[in-house]
Ligand binder design. Sequence first.
Ligand SMILES: *Cc1c(COP(=O)(O)O)cnc(C)c1O
Length: 312
Amino acid sequence: MSFIQPIILPAYCQQSSRDQYQIDMYRGDLEHPNAPGNKWHKLQHHLKTAEQQNASVIATFGGPFSNHLHAFGKTLKPLPFKAVAVVRGELQPQLTPSLKDMADDGVELWPSSRSDYRLAMNSPLVMEINHHFGDVYWIPEGGGGVLGAMGCRDWANDIGALDNGYDAWVVSSGTGTTAAGLLSNLNTPDLHVFSALKGEPAQRDVILGLAEELSSESMGQKQLDAKLFFHFDCHEGGYAKHSPALIDFMRAFAVANPNSPLDPVYTCKSMFAIIKAMDSGIWPYRRTLFIHTGGLQGWRGYSKQTNPYVHS
Ligand SMILES: *Cc1c(COP(=O)(O)O)cnc(C)c1O
């Protein structure tokens, strides 16, 4: 199997856009059978650092459907660390599928009130966990920070080695860590980043700053700035929400590409945005690589009727 596969434009698209554009997908969703997508990459340098610091416990944060928490559980399962997760909100007696997997993988779950959760590293709960276990290595929510981005810089290097002939790459963003890592890689072409969040136009500067911290001397801020295209208005109603137009798009996309499922929070929105631009003929590149960041386990938080990849 090749990790780069062609995408077929949905049936409603004009023939002229079909002729004009080539879009391929890097199947990050097919990497690491238990922990696919960007989150595995974001964890790698954190894990190395935890090992160097001789930590025996690694802890992190996330919501009850979090792709980060899920990948954290799967990635740590075979490793000699105790895994602890601070989960946003009350734990329901019936755990979400994501949390159930984590419990099965041996992760200790600590529920956190929403107000406590917002305090992150400054919350009383974190103090309690540190006190309880002694030396704890903490990974920020979503696996972010410089170390998270560094793992995505390595990822960009691996992807570019498969085919470096694209005019542009496309990726989704939440915290922007993944985008920053990809951008900081010397050989990454123009990078179009689509935010899954509503009202975060300032994230562009965060991505740029983080990429600058990571990039080699040979690439200055100007060069990074010129390569980065940040789209903050493609959230289709907000984080994890679906507009009627997006739902229609996902159905049409699934019919054309039944073996290339999009996730419900991130990749569906960036794919919708670029196919819209291609269909109107304004997408300025011929060969585009769409980086699939995984997250398919997130469909378990939606009803079966919304999921165009389930046939019941
Ligand atoms: C977390 C996630 C993202 C966003 O990654 P950031 O590094 O936070 O920007 C994108 N796609 C999927 C599927 C994710 O799970």
